[in-house]
Design a protein around this ligand. Structure first.
Ligand code: ATP
Length: 247
């Protein structure tokens, strides 16, 4: 009884500026209810893969030139990011991207733009605060004056406000102290287990990501070079030698 596939990326090529071939045939699958880690060093192509899935390449002058991307049974290459949010797919971009001049609560409310019901918005806000108690205590603070960890939580919390079933996270650990990284990953695990959210997490912090993921893909120079169950990858000698020191 294998779990159903939510995201199916099949042989995609991505070219920036019409000439720079960055993804050279990337295939990966994310099963319902899993946390899948997309690993690899700087410039391996993790961000580009996430942008291809959530259709955010155009702003970067990039395009998918080969292959296909499906959400459950539906091809999604031609959907807008807003269409994807309506289908339950949200991306949390690298570098957190909170609105610096808005308060934490205003940032969270901005994530609820697709919801019409005020009751639903209030309920989601309470849910976010239950998962991120730190955000509740900082709700009236301007995002610019909160810590890096709080801003990362705010970015994830804002994405949660739209009731996603699939979250794409780009380097949630970036720039955070190890203890805060662990706190963020614990919340990811909770959201996965209690809310049933499926995650695709791009990370350079292989060690942390493989502790929480079910499955992992390792990228190098625009290709997947290895994949397997997280427990297997953690014990793989090549992974230990080349990747476990990173992050
Ligand atoms: P990082 O952790 O640095 O974000 P990454 O694995 O996410 O690394 P990408 O950001 O996807 O890697 O970058 C993959 C390659 O594509 C790199 O060589 C990068 O220089 C190149 N690249 C990324 N964005 C663009 C762009 N807008 N135009 C041209 N090349 C780009």
């Amino acid at each position: 009884n294998s779990p159903s596939i939510v995201l199916n990326v099949n042989g995609i090529e991505v070219i920036y500026n019409h000439v720079i071939l960055v993804l050279k045939g990337v295939s990966l699958q994310v099963a319902q209810g899993q946390i899948v880690a997309l690993l690899g060093g700087n410039g391996a192509g993790k961000t580009t893969t996430l942008r291809a899935i959530s259709n955010l390449l155009r702003a970067e002058r990039g395009e998918v030139t080969k292959g296909s991307i499906a959400l459950r049974e539906e091809r999604i290459e031609n959907l807008t990011p807003a269409d994807l949010v309506k289908r339950g797919v949200v991306q949390v971009m690298e570098g957190r991207h909170c609105f610096a001049h808005l308060t934490i609560e205003e940032n969270l409310l901005a994530g609820a733009y697709i919801l019409k019901s005020q009751a639903q918005i209030s309920a989601n806000l309470e849910k976010v605060y239950a998962y991120f108690p730190r955000l509740k205590t900082r709700r009236t603070s301007q995002a610019a004056y909160t810590s890096g960890g709080e801003q990362q939580m705010c970015a994830i919390g804002r994405a949660l406000m739209s009731n996603p079933s699939v979250m794409l996270l780009d380097e949630p650990s970036m720039g955070l102290a190890p203890q805060i990284v662990e706190e963020v990953f614990e919340i990811i695990k909770d959201l996965n287990q209690k809310e049933g959210v499926t995650f695709l997490v791009a990370e350079q912090n292989t060690n942390m990501a493989l502790q929480y993921a079910d499955y992992g893909y390792i990228m190098e120079s625009g290709r997947i070079v290895m994949d397997g169950a997280a427990a297997e990858l953690r014990n793989n000698e090549d992974v230990k030698e080349f990747y476990l020191g990173m992050g």
